[in-house]
Design a protein around this ligand. Structure first.
Ligand code: APR
Length: 249
């Protein structure tokens, strides 16, 4: 793997017409939101995702899923986007790309809050609830809604508007994410372990469609070998340094 200097990466970004940033939980770690699989603090190392984040779990015991996700939402609402999010929003301004898209697996809404315009939330959002039957009812998730409730329009259960284990992704959102990946010139992957399909396939499509794939992660992952560059760095440090380099031109 060639070592990539900040200068060479900055040149790649400046020359790119379409840039994608694909993000995972590691990007929000600096905001104080635990990742899912990192050591002792990983959420799934402390609770069974089937019990608190799967559709079977929700239909079995909606209160358990609702209260666990509401606790996570309270933490997300209490924290803010970190320098990594802010630098990725700044990167959109600094690069001359005709298309700059963030594809995120994260449900915290921090990319939009930081200022990115084109964000595809392939795993949905913790800030909205919707009718489980997709009748059209949806509303922002106000923390006072502490108990699951029936859809006011059709009576089906209302549930958080995020993709639970055992569910398909929103077809339209994922098709847009796939199209961006297939057309990207530069494809950053930041803060993800590439554990969950089909999202984890997006960088592979990008790579084989000719994009330069740049991974940003303090630890190696299953994508590190296939990536063109695998930067052993935290998200905040790397993207802040890249923006400083681009702004100095
Ligand atoms: N900067 C960059 N990467 C980091 C940082 C950081 N500061 N801190 C941790 N990481 C990396 C870890 O090394 C790890 O590879 O972030 C990754 C987090 O991996 P996961 O916890 O598995 O999170 P993610 O890849 O987003 O999980 C994917 O799994 O549970 C589902 O739906 C959930 O969207 C989630 C999906």
């Amino acid at each position: 793997m060639p070592a990539a200097s900040l200068d060479s990466l900055a040149s790649m970004v400046q020359a790119a017409r379409r840039v994608v940033v694909f993000s995972g939980a590691g990007l929000s770690a600096d905001s104080g939101i635990p990742t899912f699989r990192d050591g002792a603090t990983g959420l799934w190392n402390n609770v069974d995702p089937d019990e608190v984040a799967s559709i079977q779990g929700f239909l079995r015991n909606p209160r358990r899923v609702w209260s666990w996700l509401l606790e996570l939402k309270a933490l997300v609402d209490d924290r803010r986007p970190n320098p990594g999010h802010l630098a990725i929003a700044r990167l959109e301004e600094l690069c001359a790309a005709s298309r700059f898209t963030v594809i995120t697996q994260n449900i915290d809404g921090y990319h939009a809050l930081a200022g990115n315009q084109d964000v595809l939330e392939v795993h949905g959002t913790i800030h909205r609830v919707r009718c489980h039957r997709h009748c059209g009812y949806a509303s922002s998730w106000d923390q006072t809604a502490s108990e699951p409730f029936a859809c006011p329009d059709c009576g089906a259960p209302v549930r958080p508007d995020l993709v639970m284990f055992g569910e398909m992704l929103d077809e339209e959102v994922f098709a847009a994410a796939q199209a961006c990946s297939l057309n990207a010139d530069v494809f950053f992957c930041v803060g993800t372990s590439f554990t969950v399909q089909p999202a984890a396939h997006l960088p592979v499509w990008a790579k084989y469609s000719g994009a330069t794939v740049i991974e940003v992660n303090p630890h190696p992952t299953s994508l590190s070998e296939a990536a063109d560059y695998s930067i052993r760095s935290g998200a905040s440090q790397f993207f802040s340094a890249l923006c400083s380099r681009l702004a100095s031109d």
